[in-house]
Design a protein around this ligand. Structure first.
Ligand code: HEC
Ligand code: HEC
Ligand code: HEC
Ligand code: HEC
Length: 506
């Protein structure tokens, strides 16, 4: 049977690969849901154009998977609860509350195992003990380099091996060896580099490796390492990798039947083929290449084309072990689990209130010699009425409301960029904002502190605001579309930076 597109002579693959369908017909032996480098993220900040992630969205996916036709193992590797170690003392309380909420949510998701990362393990002992006490799931490799748990899934014994950062390879080999005596499938959870994963892949008996520790946004499709397959799932809960595992033969290596891998490899080959073909054309045209040197390049092109054509052919129906992986990105429109969303909302309220009380007396640094105090935008509005009216209706003028609507105005991860003069001498703190005058991204965020100019308008104040002023807040993580020229243009309007249009005399 051939794909109808191929019969029609089209090379465009719609992802209906015969091999994949063949595999999907039978029920998987079990299914993996893989999350890597979560780093304590409950949700994305919401600042960017397409915020990815949200543990409530992750929960909705896991719920659906649990209702599916195969037993599910949820595996978490790499820094799971913290993104910083040691914690800044002022942030420790918020970060620890965050980790505790996350543990509670992972309990509800019935996570099978977590391999904490180095930043997790470096938290104070007391913090870790209380988090572990609250967890219903095993934490791997906390006491030693490596340890093993065996899960019974759908009649198969699956060994889950932890390998913390820098774990001794012989210890991992021994652990895998012992595990294999009792288990049908072995999965190693790693906190480390690509190279660490490759080393573990070289150990006999490893089937899958869950790659924590890369701490990168770009997600990798399944990647071979020895006879094992490395699984990855971006970071900060931006998505999850779901792997259907078909275990049919004892000890056989698993074959990758994922459309995900096929399409990535196809795209990669297409690029390579195009580049090499263009180079060969150019060489031939210029004529200044030795035919002896051209032949191997032509041979390589043939090889690449052969591999590319192979990817369009259906995967041979194999009776052996196989898996099919897919990537589920958690976007704005992805469904969210309402119960988990409610817990997150409760968490935000608790953190907000705790910080409001804990930092009630936190004053900004005092003014040094030559420093000028912040006064707030309303004081500027007394003279600059048109500018003030413009600002009130601009996003900057409601930046604090954005946080208040989410119970995040006292959240240490948020407040700094949604207020004016944060942490500056005579400026604001998480709780102090001149009775509201320094809430929002005010005039002085761009024009600098204005006390002197307000007192005496002859006193100079910054007029032109360079890019360096903006990117304190408009950085890559929080303003992905930021382009200074384009953004600043939208600020310079009649009434602010340009004269107010007056009706032309008739
Ligand atoms: C007492 C009235 C008054 C207040 C209050 C006031 N300004 Fe001004 N401002 C002026 C006058 C007058 C000028 C000079 C005339 C002009 O260029 O419009 C000026 C000029 C400016 C300029 C242009 C400077 C330049 O070099 O061209 C900026 C920017 C500015 N003000 C920002 C602010 C900000 C920010 C605040 C609040 C912190 C503020 N002003 C408060 C009266 C005031
Ligand atoms: C103190 C932090 C801060 C600084 C400094 C800052 N911004 Fe912003 N900016 C924000 C925040 C926060 C928002 C979003 C507010 C909201 O909608 O809640 C924003 C929104 C904007 C928007 C609206 C974007 C949209 O999609 O509607 C523009 C345009 C903008 N900023 C331009 C600038 C430029 C240009 C500069 C430098 C001259 C600058 N900002 C400096 C924090 C800042
Ligand atoms: C490093 C500075 C920074 C931090 C920290 C920050 N923000 Fe923002 N935020 C921005 C900027 C800049 C924008 C505007 C981005 C743009 O339009 O390009 C923005 C926009 C937003 C928006 C979109 C507003 C809208 O209506 O379009 C939301 C929501 C938001 N932030 C919430 C948060 C929350 C919640 C946190 C804490 C978890 C946070 N921000 C932390 C800088 C920051
Ligand atoms: C996000 C940054 C930003 C904020 C916030 C902002 N400005 Fe400006 N302002 C600018 C830029 C950019 C210009 C144009 C500078 C130029 O190229 O001349 C400007 C120009 C001005 C000028 C000089 C031109 C004129 O209209 O006379 C004044 C006065 C001024 N702003 C006042 C204010 C006041 C008052 C506020 C608050 C109500 C404010 N600005 C808020 C960025 C900002």
């Amino acid at each position: 049977m051939r794909c109808f597109l191929a019969v029609l002579g089209l090379s465009l693959c719609l992802g209906c690969s015969w091999g994949q369908r063949k595999a999907a017909e039978a029920e998987p032996s079990f299914r993996l849901a893989v999350v890597t480098d979560l780093k304590g993220y409950l949700e994305p900040c919401g600042c960017t154009s397409d915020p990815l992630g949200g543990i409530d969205r992750l929960a909705a996916q896991i719920k659906t998977l649990r209702e599916g036709d195969a037993p599910l193992l949820v595996l978490v590797a790499g820094d799971a609860f913290f993104d910083e170690a040691p914690l800044e003392p002022a942030r420790a309380d918020q970060a620890t509350r965050n980790a505790k909420t996350l543990v509670g949510i992972l309990n509800r998701l019935e996570v099978s195992a977590v391999l904490p990362g180095e930043r997790d393990r470096k938290q104070p002992r007391q913090t870790l003990e209380s988090l572990q006490a609250a967890a219903d799931f095993p934490w791997l490799s906390m006491e030693s380099d490596t340890n093993v748990i065996i899960e019974n899934v759908g009649g198969l014994a699956v060994a889950i091996v932890g390998a913390r950062k820098g774990a001794d390879r012989d210890a991992i080999r021994d652990a895998v060896g012992t595990a294999r005596e009792r288990a049908d499938v072995a999965i190693v959870l790693v906190d480390g580099s690509r190279r660490d994963a490759n080393r573990i892949g070289a150990i006999e008996g490893v089937d899958f490796i869950v790659q924590g520790g890369l701490d990168q946004d770009a997600v990798m499709p399944p990647r071979p390492a020895g006879k094992a397959w490395v699984l990855h799932a971006s970071r900060q809960g931006q998505g999850l990798s779901v792997v259907d595992v078909y275990r049919r033969e004892k000890g056989d290596p698993f074959a990758d039947q994922s459309e995900w891998s096929r399409s990535e490899r196809s795209a990669q080959l297409d690029r390579q083929i195009q580049e090499l073909a263009a180079k060969i054309d150019a060489w031939e045209e210029s004529g200044d290449i030795d035919p002896k040197d051209l032949a191997p390049q032509r041979a390589r092109l043939v090889e690449l084309n052969k591999e590319r054509a192979g990817l369009d052919r259906p995967v041979a129906a194999s009776g052996g072990n196989a898996f099919s992986a897919r990537w589920i990105e958690l976007r704005k429109g992805s469904p969210a689990d309402p119960e988990i969303a409610r817990l997150m909302g409760e968490h935000d309220k608790v953190v907000n209130e705790a910080n409001r009380v804990a930092f009630a007396d936190l004053e900004p640094p005092p003014l040094g010699p030559g420093d000028v105090a912040y006064v707030g935008s309303a004081a500027c509005g007394a003279c600059h009425q048109t500018e003030y009216a413009w600002w009130r209706s601009h996003a900057h003028g409601v930046a604090y409301l954005t946080l208040q609507q989410r119970n995040k105005e006292y959240n240490l991860d948020c407040v700094g960029c949604h207020v004016t003069g944060y942490g500056e001498p005579g400026g604001s703190t998480v709780t102090h904002n001149l009775d509201g005058q320094l809430q929002n991204v005010g005039c002085e965020s761009c024009h600098g502190p204005g006390a002197a100019h307000v007192k005496d308008p002859e006193a100079p104040i910054v007029r032109v605001t360079p890019e360096s002023t903006c990117i304190v807040c408009h950085n890559e993580q929080h303003s992905d579309l930021f382009d200074y020229e384009a953004y600043v243009k939208t600020l310079v309007v009649p009434g602010h930076g340009r004269p107010v249009k007056t009706p032309k005399p008739r």
